[in-house]
Design a protein around this ligand. Structure first.
Ligand code: SF4
Length: 240
């Protein structure tokens, strides 16, 4: 194992989302959109199923009228360890990194959309148009990542630009990455703290500890895709 491989083995990025804390406010959706240069497409295109979002809030109703309660599930790319989107890409644009991320190489993507069809979570979105940010909205674009163009598939990256920056800062300071070094935009914005991101290979990380809660579950577990996003069911204490 060379130095780079041994460094990478130290990381397996994952996320824990506590559904008991999520209020369905949608702040994480907006934060993701701003951080990752995701365009807003407007009402007409949304009604045609062309919305661009890397994270969406699924709403469910629980109980019978009048005792009905709304439940929310923030849904994003699950960064599956056995990702069904990866083997179907004819040009290897969708691939798995050594740190457990499901990567997407934009300039390889030829837009066949096989990956989106094979994703059981419908977490991938396709650029049907050339996104535009008229002046002065172009000033809000992040220089840390590209603006994807027409014909390209995109999806949540766990804010890979923040992961890289956190790792580089830690390296410059000669220390391992700490929990607070890397916080994706959605987790940073979530007021009730429902989203916790971290290194699942580090037993000291908060994400590692939460992922072992008795309330844990993963979406569509029976499919065997091994998601890296763990949800915590409502109705319990955080450390249950
Ligand atoms: S910001 Fe937090 S509380 Fe609001 S929808 Fe997203 S996960 Fe839920």
């Amino acid at each position: 194992m060379n130095q780079a491989e041994s460094d990478n083995a130290a990381y397996h990025w994952g996320m824990v989302i506590d559904l008991d804390r999520c209020t369905g406010c949608g702040a994480c959706v907006v934060a993701c959109q701003a951080e990752n240069n995701v365009p807003t497409v407007g009402e007409t295109l949304c009604s045609q199923g062309r919305e661009m979002q890397w994270i969406r809030i699924e709403r469910y109703w629980e109980g019978q009228y009048p005792e009905v309660r709304a439940r929310f599930i923030p849904l994003l790319c699950q960064h599956c360890d056995n990702a069904p989107c990866e083997p179907v890409c004819p040009v290897y644009a969708s691939y798995h990194t050594s740190e457990g991320l499901n990567g997407q190489v934009y300039n390889r993507c030829v837009g066949t959309r096989y990956c989106a069809n094979n994703c059981p979570f419908s977490a991938r979105v396709f650029n049907f148009f050339e996104p535009e940010w008229p002046e002065p909205l172009n000033n809000q674009l992040s220089p840390d990542l590209t603006v994807r163009s027409k014909g390209v598939m995109e999806k949540c990256t766990f804010c890979i630009q923040r992961i890289r920056r956190g790792k580089e800062d830690a390296k410059l300071e000669g220390r391992p990455v700490r929990d607070e070094d890397i916080v994706p935009a959605c987790a940073q914005t979530c007021a009730p703290g429902a989203i916790v991101f971290g290194n699942m290979a580090d037993p000291e990380s908060r994400a590692f500890r939460l992922a072992r809660s008795k309330r844990r579950f993963r979406l569509l577990e029976d499919l065997g895709t091994e998601p890296s996003v763990i949800y915590l069911k409502g109705g319990g204490r955080e450390d249950d």
